[in-house]
Write a protein that binds this ligand. Structure first.
Ligand code: SDX
Length: 437
C-alpha cells in the first residue's frame, strides 16, 4: 500500500467547559471529502465522538472504490462503472479490484487460468449440503458452507502469511459460484453440476445453475453477458455494511473464510443486499399500477415500518449509477430474451416515475438503488427469487476480498473496537434475592 494520506491543515476544537483547545489534523483524499483525524481527541480533550450508523465517520483509508453520492458517480480504482460494464468483463474487473490495474492480455490469461483451476470443491464439502433442509434459504447454505471451508484449508489460514492470503483469496473468488450454484441445485433436488475449465466465470456460473446431466445446456451469450455486467455492478461499494463487517471480522485476525461468511450474513439483510428479493416481493404485493398510491402512502407514514424497497441509499443522494445501467439493461435483456411487456418492469417504471415526482422522496433525495431493477432482470433470466441475494454475494466476494487484503496490508491497521456513550446505571450495591422485588 502506498504512503498513507498526509495531514494538510488542522481544525481547532475548543472546549468551553474546560477552556482547553486542541488542533486536530485534516487529511485530504485524492477526491471527495477530507477527514478530521480524531485519534488523539480523547487523550487531548477527554471526549469520544458519537455517530450511530457511521453516517459521517471514515473507518479506514482505501484506494479501491470511490462514490460521489451527490453526483451519482461510482469509480473502481478510478474507472467509471459505466465504462467498465460496457467495455470490460468480470474477470477484468476482478483483476482491477484485487491488483489496482486493468490486466494486459498475458496477465488476464494467467489470472483466468488461476481462478479456473480452483473452481472445484473438495468432495467432502458436498456432504455439508446434506445437513440442510431442501427448503433452506440458499443464503443460509452459502454462509454455512463458506464458513466451513476454514475446516478444510489448514494449509492457508495464517493471515500474516502473504502467500496464504493469496491462495485463500483465489480459492474464495473461484469457488463461490460453485458453492452458490450447488445451493440452488440442492433446493431443486437436482444433481450438482461441476465447473468446467473451458467456460469463463459467468458462463460457468450459469452452466452450474441451469445445466442437467440429461442434456446439453446451451449457454446464451446474452445471459452470460448480462451476468458478467451484473457481477461488475455488484462487485464493490466502499465501506458498506457487509464490507465493514468483513473488515471488522478480519481486524481481529480471523481467517478469510470466516470473514467472508460474516460478510454474507450481513449482506442478507433486507436493508442491504436482501433488498433485491424484497423489491420483487413488494412489486408482486403492489400487483397493479392502481395500488401504487396506497403503497406510497404507507412508505411515507412514519408509523408504518414499510419502506419502498429498492429506494434510498446512505450515500447516493442522486440516481444510483448502477440502477441506471440495470434499468437500460432490463429492456435489452427482456427484448433479447423475447420477454414482451414484462408487467413487473412496467409497474416498477410507473412506481419510479410517481415516486420521483413525490415531494417526500424528492425532499429526502430517495432514488432507485442497485436493487430496484436487478430483481426484474434476474426474474427474466429465470433466476429464482431466493437466489437474488446469492448472486449479489457471488459478485461482492471479489470486493470483500480486495478490501480484506487492503486492510491486512495497511500498516495503520488495528483491531476494530468502537467505543460508546453509556447511559445505564452508575455503580450500585448488590441486592440479595431475598431483598429483590
Ligand atoms: C444496498 O451502503 C451501500 O453501499 C449498500 C449497497 C452496496 O452496494 O453495498 O449500495 C447495496 O444495500 C442498497 C440499499 C438497498 N436497501 C433498500 O433498498 C431498502 C430500502 N432502503 C432503506 O431501507 C434506506 O434507504 C437505506 C437503508 C438504504 C438507507 O437508509 P439510511 O441512510 O439510514 O437513511 P434513513 O433510514 O435515515 O432515511 C432517511 C429518511 C427517513 O425519513 P425521515 O426520518 O427523515 O422522515 O428517508 C426515509 C426514512 O424514513 N427513507 C425511506 C426509504 N429510505 C429512506 N422512506 C421510504 N422508503 C424508503 N426506501
Amino acid at each position: 500500500m502506498a504512503q498513507a494520506a498526509k495531514p494538510s491543515k488542522t481544525v481547532t476544537l475548543s472546549d468551553a467547559g474546560s477552556g482547553k483547545k486542541m488542533d486536530l489534523p485534516i487529511i485530504d483524499g485524492t477526491v471527495g471529502p477530507s477527514v478530521i483525524d480524531i485519534r488523539k481527541l480523547y487523550a487531548g480533550l477527554g471526549y469520544f465522538t458519537y455517530d450511530p450508523g457511521y453516517m459521517a465517520t471514515g473507518s479506514c483509508e482505501s484506494k479501491i472504490t470511490y462514490i460521489d453520492g451527490d453526483k451519482g458517480v461510482l469509480l473502481y480504482r478510478g474507472y467509471r462503472i459505466e465504462d467498465l460494464t460496457e467495455k470490460s468483463d468480470f474477470t477484468d474487473v476482478q483483476y482491477l479490484l484485487l491488483y489496482g490495474e486493468l490486466p494486459d492480455k498475458k496477465q488476464k490469461e494467467v489470472y483466468r487460468a488461476l481462478i479456473t483451476n480452483h473452481t472445484m470443491l473438495h468432495e467432502q464439502v458436498r456432504r455439508f449440503y446434506d445437513g440442510f433442509r431442501r427448503d433452506s434459504h440458499p443464503m443460509a447454505i452459502l454462509c454455512g458452507v463458506v464458513g466451513a471451508m476454514s475446516a478444510f484449508y489448514h494449509d492457508s489460514l495464517d493471515v500474516n502469511d502473504k502467500e496464504h492470503r493469496r491462495i485463500s483469496s483465489i480459492r474464495l473468488i473461484a469457488k463461490i459460484p460453485t458453492i452458490a450454484a450447488w445451493a440452488y441445485k440442492y433446493s431443486l433436488g437436482q444433481p450438482f453440476i461441476y465447473p468446467r475449465n473451458d467456460l469463463r466465470y459467468s458462463e460457468n456460473f450459469l452452466h452450474m445453475l441451469f445445466a442437467v446431466p440429461c442434456e446439453e445446456y446451451k449457454i446464451s451469450p446474452i445471459l452470460s453477458r448480462a451476468m458478467s455486467k451484473i457481477m461488475i455492478l455488484h462487485a464493490d461499494h466502499e465501506q458498506n455494511a457487509s464490507t465493514s463487517t468483513v473488515r471488522l471480522a478480519g481486524s481481529s485476525g480471523a481467517n478469510p473464510y470466516a470473514c467472508i461468511a460474516a460478510g454474507i450474513a450481513s449482506l442478507w439483510g433486507p436493508a442491504h443486499g436482501g433488498a433485491n428479493e424484497a423489491v420483487l416481493n413488494m412489486l408482486n404485493e403492489i400487483g397493479s399500477k392502481k395500488n401504487i398510491p396506497e403503497f406510497l402512502k404507507r412508505a411515507k407514514d412514519p408509523n408504518d415500518n414499510f419502506r419502498l424497497m429498492g429506494f434510498g441509499h446512505r450515500v447516493y443522494k442522486n440516481y444510483d449509477p448502477r440502477a441506471a445501467v440495470l434499468r437500460s439493461s432490463c429492456h435489452e435483456v427482456l427484448d433479447e430474451l423475447g420477454v414482451k411487456n414484462e408487467p413487473l418492469l412496467e409497474l416498477a417504471m410507473e412506481l419510479e416515475k410517481i415516486a420521483l415526482e413525490d415531494d417526500y422522496f424528492v425532499k429526502r433525495k430517495l432514488f432507485p438503488n442497485v436493487d430496484f431493477y436487478s430483481g426484474i432482470i434476474f426474474k427474466a433470466m429465470n433466476i429464482p427469487m431466493s437466489m437474488f441475494t446469492v448472486l449479489f454475494a457471488v459478485a461482492r466476494t471479489t470486493g470483500w476480498i480486495a478490501q480484506w487484503n487492503e486492510m491486512m496490508d495497511d500498516p495503520q491497521q488495528k483491531i476494530g473496537r468502537p467505543r460508546q456513550i453509556y447511559t445505564g446505571y452508575p455503580e450500585r450495591p448488590y441486592v440479595a434475592i431475598e431483598k429483590r422485588g
